[in-house]
Structure formats: C-alpha cells, structure tokens
Write a protein that binds this ligand. Structure first.
Ligand code: F6R
Length: 236
C-alpha cells in the first residue's frame, strides 16, 4: 500500500479531490464509490469548487455510495442520501439516474448494478476508530458483499451526535462488503486526526485479519492511503 502524508487536513482534501478530478477527466463516465462521514467533507468541497470554477464535468459519472442507514426515510437529515445531497450532489452535475445508494431490500441488486456499470473504478473510504471500512465492522468476512449489517456499539455511539432523538439513531445499515471493496480497480483510503493514528498504523502495517476490516486493504494491489500528519505519526 502506498502512503502519502500531507501537512494537514486541507492538503489531504485537495490531494484526494485532485485524484478524483484527474480520474474523471481521463474517464468521463467513471464509476466512483463514495464515502460519507467527516473525513471526506473537504474533498467534496474542493470537488464542488472544481466543478464551479474549472467546469469539472460529472454529467456521465456513475456514483455508488458505500453505505446507508436502515430505517430512515430518504429525506431524513441523518441519512447518507441527505448528506450526499447537502455536500455534493446538489452542487455538481451528477445525473440523478447515475446516483446509487444501497438499500435494505435491494442489496443483491446493488452488486448487479455495480457489475452492469462495469465495476468500480475508484473507491474512496474512510476508516472507523474500530477499523471498520464502509460499515464492515470487526469480524466481517473478507468474502462479504453488499448486505444488511448490525452496527457496532462504538459506531452507534459515534452516530448519536448526528441525531436529535436517541430513538432515531440507527442500529443497522446496508453496506458494500469487503469483497466488493477489494474488487474496485483503485482505492483511496483517507484518514485524518490523531484519533485515527493507532488504527491506521495497524490497518496498514499490522497483521491482515478479519478482526480489523481495514487491514483487508493490504490485499489490494492499488491502494493509496492519504493521511494528514496527525493521523500519520508512525509514517513520518
Ligand atoms: C461512511 C463510512 C464509514 C466512515 C468511518 C469514518 O460512509 O463508510 O466507514 O468512513 O466511520 O468516519 P469519519 O470520517 O466521520 O471519521
């Protein structure tokens, strides 16, 4: 796995956006697999800027999100669909019919849609404090594909701050699997802040194990990890 250490979160975000922008310019109908969460916010912001200022054209790009909570209406502000609209889709020209977000009833259909699109060209992931990628929590099989999963206690606790009511905090989600992730042609792993330093080091340098889902990325031939200084203490 190649590791790129950037000076700070802004540099990480610009670097990630640059890689996405170049891939879109090279292949205008790129198949992109996209994360939510805090880490990619700066990347989305810079992609929106590039669309506005440089005319970066997403009109033929196909997008597949990594995951979505189960049980929230599509307009629920805590849903990943709402996040994607707020931070990206509403500000660029991705065509509505090219947007794919997994849902509980169609998880096999999601894998089929990825296949029909020609497979994932570029997949971007963050990493959870417990080593999850997408919502593949510790213990997930490396052979897993898109499916409904129970969220780890720690993941549920972290999600709490995004929901007004305790009762709305999702306990389950639909996520692409580890196998789905490993089949993408290129993977970008983004990690920012000191909170992630320990788990990032174990994911990149530690043993490959289903107890640390992100370690599966060591099995992929084309992964670039972009870390800011704080997340990269052991890589300087
Ligand atoms: C989000 C996702 C999650 C996050 C991870 C890190 O679509 O799949 O695995 O990437 O929980 O989240 P942040 O970036 O908020 O630290």
């Amino acid at each position: 796995m190649r590791v790129l250490v950037t000076s700070d979160y802004r540099a990480l975000s610009l670097q990630a956006a640059q890689i996405v922008a170049e891939a879109v310019r090279l292949k205008p109908d790129l198949v992109l697999c996209l994360p939510t969460g805090n880490t990619p916010l700066g990347m989305y912001e810079d992609l929106v800027r590039r669309h506005r200022q440089e005319g970066l054209d997403f009109s033929r790009v196909r997008t597949f999100n990594l995951d979505e909570y189960i049980g929230l209406g599509p307009d629920h502000p805590g849903s990943y669909r709402a996040y994607m609209r707020l931070h990206f889709f509403d500000h660029v020209n991705v065509a509505e019919q090219n947007i794919h977000i997994p849902n509980e009833t169609e998880s096999d259909g999601y894998e089929q849609a990825i296949l029909e699109a020609g497979g994932l060209d570029l997949l971007i992931v963050g990493i959870g404090a417990n080593g999850h990628i997408a919502f593949n929590e510790p213990g997930s099989s490396f052979a897993s594909r898109t499916r409904a999963v129970a969220l780890a206690t720690e993941t549920i606790a972290n999600a709490r701050r995004h929901f007004d009511n305790e009762a709305d905090v999702p306990l389950t989600a639909v996520t692409v699997g580890i196998r789905t992730i490993l089949e993408a042609r290129q993977v970008l792993l983004l990690a920012s802040s000191a909170d992630k330093a320990g788990v990032v080091e174990r994911a990149i340098r530690g043993p490959v194990s289903e107890s640390l889902p992100a370690s599966a990325l060591q099995l992929h031939p084309n992964v670039l990890a972009i870390l800011d200084q704080a997340a990269a203490v052991s890589f300087r």
